[in-house]
Write a protein that binds this ligand. Structure first.
Ligand code: NAD
Length: 363
């Protein structure tokens, strides 16, 4: 008798199986010091597109966990945004400041090339459009190239626009009006997206609070946008209507949620809920409207998709604007089904993958 084996999640295949990833590729090159993992979560809708992140992970296990979580998020982001893309992501292990060289990036490009278009890479944390140029020397399966090379350039302004739209939709749900005028909004992380988002919020007359890991960045943003700069950990305790996580993931957790006075959470960071099944419902219990991260930060992916399919930035912006309607729909659906918004958004993404998968089941 064959028994169904329960795989311990600590095992590598246990982790890969947990969220049904299709393929995980380990890349190694002794000469350049390249150690990378490419995670391909799902390619039912199309090739897996997702950026490459370079990070000094504390362990290989941490890197694997990151690539698995991020690539899964890309699947749902593409699916819910109506794009014909699957979900993938790559991580390069190491300190970008010391390890990143032309040779390392080109070697990584050759590994991407070997996947024959099943995975298309792009920028992510600690990678630049210049780095994409090096990868492009070895493979054509790269997006997010500079405009001078026919690419779509920096995706951050489009991402910020989508987050702004999602935030307005969540405000409509929480406060009965989409207007952000006079609302106190705390933006955590004044990097690329955070700064473009602050521009929109300032124009609309919001009262802004900012913080950043680099104090000078927070102070610059405070000067530029008339915001109040606060310390890294102080952001959670602010008297604010909206909290906007625009730095790293997992900032909605057991420690931070009880401290939040905001009625809305809407930001660009990926994987904001430390534990989806626990912290998603917890926000609902506390009457906080959460705009699902992968839904409202899809602008950058929509922009890159337009590059791959020959569209324009204007077209990408028009599509990104729809995030307002999509967010309202997901929030309504979550309420109707008695679930939390992240779960409702994932369900919707999975339904599209399943229905398109059935279309593709015959030649
Ligand atoms: P970025 O590196 O330009 O900005 C992030 C900022 O957060 C930096 O200034 C950094 O110093 C700051 N930061 C880091 N840890 C912090 C902490 N604990 N508290 C406060 N600030 C902290 O990155 P970005 O391109 O603006 O992206 C921000 C987030 O949005 C990332 O999670 C990224 O994965 C996600 N995202 C970005 C895009 C895009 O188009 N750039 C698209 C989708 C999702």
């Amino acid at each position: 008798m064959i028994e169904t084996q329960i795989v311990a999640p600590e095992s590598i295949f246990g982790q890969i199986a947990e969220h049904q990833h299709e393929q995980v590729v380990y890349c190694h090159d002794h000469e350049t010091g390249l150690k990378a993992i490419i995670g391909i979560h799902n390619t039912v809708l199309g090739p897996a597109l997702g950026g490459t992140r370079m990070w000094h992970y504390a362990s290989d296990a941490e890197a694997l966990n990151d690539v698995l979580r991020l690539s899964r998020g890309m699947t749902y982001k593409a699916a819910i945004s109506g794009l014909n893309l699957g979900g993938g992501k790559a991580v390069i292990i190491g300190d970008a400041a010391t390890l990143k060289t032309e040779a390392l990036l080109r070697k990584f490009g050759r590994f991407v090339k070997n996947l024959n278009g099943k995975y298309i890479t792009a920028e992510d944390v600690n990678m630049t459009t210049k780095d994409m140029e090096y990868i492009r020397m070895e493979t054509k399966h790269v997006a997010g190239l500079p405009e001078s090379m026919g690419g779509s350039g920096d995706p951050s302004p489009v991402t910020a626009y989508g987050v702004y739209m999602g935030m307005k939709a969540a405000a409509k749900k929480a406060f009965g009006s989409e207007s952000l005028a006079g609302k106190r909004i705390g933006v955590q992380g004044t990097g690329h997206v955070g700064t473009y988002l602050l521009e929109h919020l300032q124009k609309e007359g919001a009262k802004l609070i900012v913080t950043d890991y680099y104090e000078d960045r927070a102070l610059d943003a405070a000067n530029r946008f008339g915001a109040t700069a606060v310390g890294l950990d102080e952001i959670y305790d602010q008297e604010m209507d909206i909290y906007s996580p625009c730095a790293l993931g997992a900032t909605l957790n057991d420690d931070t949620i009880p401290r939040l006075k905001a009625r809305v959470v809407a930001g660009c960071a990926n994987n904001q809920l430390k534990n989806e099944n626990q912290h998603g419902p917890e926000l609902v219990r506390r009457g906080i409207v959460y705009a699902p991260d992968f839904l409202i930060n899809a602008g950058g992916l929509i922009n890159v998709y337009s590059e791959v399919t020959g569209g324009s930035r204007q077209g990408a912006l028009t599509q990104t604007e729809k995030i307002y309607d999509f967010t309202l729909q997901v929030l309504a659906k979550a309420e109707e089904e008695g679930t939390h918004p992240q779960a409702a958004a994932i369900k919707q993404a999975k339904e599209r993958i399943a229905s398109v998968g059935r279309v593709k089941s015959t030649y």
